[in-house]
Ligand binder design. Structure first.
Ligand SMILES: CC(C)(COP(=O)(O)OP(=O)(O)OC[C@H]1O[C@@H](n2cnc3c(N)ncnc32)[C@H](O)[C@@H]1OP(=O)(O)O)[C@@H](O)C(=O)NCCC(=O)NCCS
Length: 365
C-alpha cells in the first residue's frame, strides 16, 4: 500500500457542499457564505441554511423558528430519565446518554425518508439546549426550567440554564457562539458521524457518534481545557511562566494550533471581538486580558521555537466568552455540541443523499 498519512493529514475523503475552508488565508464559508457574515444572522437562519442548503426567506424563517420553538419541550418521560442520569458524571457523557434515551421517544427514529429526517433534525436542534440546561440544573440540585418561547435559540438556552433573561449582549454572544460552532467540514466528530451515516444507521445514532468524538481534549474538549487554564493562570502576570512551564514539559497548550489553519482561525477573530465587548460590559476584563497575554506569548514563543507563530483556534476565545457567561467549564463541550448539531445533521443528510459505505483499508505490519 502507498504512503500512510498519519492522522489522515491532507487526505481528501469526500466532496461536500456544506462548508469550505482555506487554511492558508483563514477563510471559512458555510454553503458559500463567509462565517463572519453569518455571525451577524440568527442561529435559526444559519441552522436552516446548513440543513436545507439555502438561506430561508422571511416566511420560511418564521415557520422554521416556530417549528423549533414547538419542539423545545422534552417528552414528559425525559424528565425522569434526566434525573436518573444525575450521578456526578461528565456533562458530555450525560448529554450522550440523554440523546440516546430521547431517540426512543421519537416515533420516526427508524424511518429514513427525507421528510422524517428533517422532522428528526428539527427535534434534535430544538431539544439539545433544553437537555443541556436540564442536565446541568439537575447536576447542581435545582429544578430544570422550561423553555421561554419569547426568546431566541441562544437567549432561551441561557434562560433555561440560569433562570435569568440574558442581557442583549449576552444573548448576542451565545447566538454567535452557536453559529461559529455550527460547522467545520471534516473535523473528527463530523467524520466519525459520516462513517456511521454511511452504514445507513439512523440520525440519532450518527449524532451520538459525533458527541462521543467531540468529547476528546484534542477536539471539542479543548474548550474546557482553555477554561481550566484560565482558572490556573489567575492573572495576566502569571501567563509567561505558565507557558514556559508547559513548553518545557512538552505539554500542549489548549486552544492553540490547528490541523488546517496555518493562520488566524476566522472564528477566533469573531470570538475575540465578542469576548472583548462582553468583558467591558461585565466591568472586569481580567479573563480577556489574560487571554490576550497568552495569545501574545504563544505567538512569539513559537516564532522562537519553530520559526513560525501559532494562533488561537476556535476554542480559545470561545472559552473566554463562556467565562463571562458563567458557563461552568464542565459544560463547555456540551454547549459546543448545541451549536454543532446543525452541521452534524447537514453532513448526515449529505451522506444519505449519495451514499457509499466509508470503509478504508489498513496496512498490516
Ligand atoms: C489542534 C491540534 C490537535 C492539531 O494537531 P496536528 O495537526 O496533529 O498538529 P501537531 O499536534 O502534530 O502539532 C505540530 C507541532 O506543533 C506542536 N503544537 C501544536 N499545537 C500545540 C499546542 N497547542 N501547544 C503546544 N504545542 C503545540 C506539537 O507539539 C507538534 O510538535 P512536534 O512536531 O515537536 O511534535 C494541535 O494543535 C493541538 O493539540 N492543539 C491543542 C488542542 C486544541 O486546542 N484542540 C482544538 C482544535 S480546534
Amino acid at each position: 500500500m502507498g504512503d500512510i498519512k498519519k492522522g489522515l493529514e491532507g487526505v481528501v475523503a469526500l466532496d461536500t457542499s456544506i462548508s469550505f475552508i482555506d487554511g492558508l488565508q483563514g477563510i471559512l464559508k458555510y454553503r458559500g457564505i463567509e462565517v463572519e457574515h453569518l455571525a451577524e444572522m440568527s442561529y435559526d437562519a444559519v441552522s436552516y441554511l446548513l440543513i436545507n442548503g439555502i438561506l430561508p426567506d422571511e416566511q420560511e424563517l418564521t415557520d422554521y423558528s416556530s417549528r423549533l420553538k414547538n419542539e423545545r419541550f422534552l417528552h414528559h418521560n425525559m424528565a425522569d430519565v434526566l434525573k436518573i442520569c444525575e450521578f456526578g458524571i461528565e456533562s458530555l457523557d450525560l448529554l450522550r446518554t440523554a440523546i440516546s434515551c430521547s431517540a426512543h421517544f421519537d416515533t420516526e427514529k427508524d424511518i429514513h425518508s427525507p421528510e422524517a429526517n428533517i422532522n428528526k433534525a428539527i427535534r434534535l436542534v430544538a431539544k439539545f439546549p433544553t437537555m443541556v440546561a436540564a442536565l446541568e440544573r439537575n447536576r447542581i440540585g435545582v429544578e430544570p426550567i422550561g423553555p421561554n418561547n419569547d426568546l431566541s435559540h441562544g437567549a432561551n438556552f441561557l434562560y433555561m440554564l440560569t433562570g435569568r433573561i440574558p442581557t442583549d449582549l449576552e444573548a448576542e454572544a451565545i447566538e454567535k457562539d452557536f453559529i461559529l460552532s455550527a460547522e467545520h467540514e471534516l473535523n473528527p466528530s463530523t467524520f466519525s458521524l459520516r462513517i456511521a451515516a454511511s452504514t445507513l444507521s439512523d440520525l440519532y445514532s450518527a449524532i451520538i457518534c459525533g458527541l462521543c468524538t467531540l468529547k476528546g481534549p484534542l477536539h471539542g474538549g479543548a474548550r474546557k481545557g482553555v477554561m481550566d487554564m484560565l482558572d490556573e493562570v489567575i492573572s495576566p502576570d502569571n501567563a509567561e511562566n505558565y507557558i514556559q512551564d508547559k513548553i518545557s514539559k512538552k505539554e500542549k497548550i489548549m486552544g492553540f494550533g490547528h490541523r488546517v489553519y496555518k493562520t488566524y482561525d476566522p472564528r477566533a477573530q469573531v470570538y475575540k471581538d465578542i469576548a472583548r465587548r462582553i468583558s467591558l460590559e461585565n466591568g472586569d476584563t481580567v479573563w480577556y486580558d489574560m487571554a490576550e497575554k497568552l495569545e501574545h506569548i504563544m505567538y512569539h514563543e513559537f516564532i522562537e521555537l519553530r520559526g513560525k507563530p501559532i494562533y488561537p483556534n476556535v476554542d480559545f476565545y470561545s472559552a473566554v466568552v463562556y467565562k463571562y457567561l458563567d458557563i461552568p467549564s464542565e459544560l463547555a463541550t456540551s454547549v459546543f455540541a448545541i451549536g454543532r448539531v446543525s452541521g452534524w445533521i447537514a453532513h448526515c443528510l449529505e451522506q444519505y443523499s449519495d451514499n457509499r459505505v466509508i470503509r478504508p483499508r489498513a496496512n498490516f505490519v
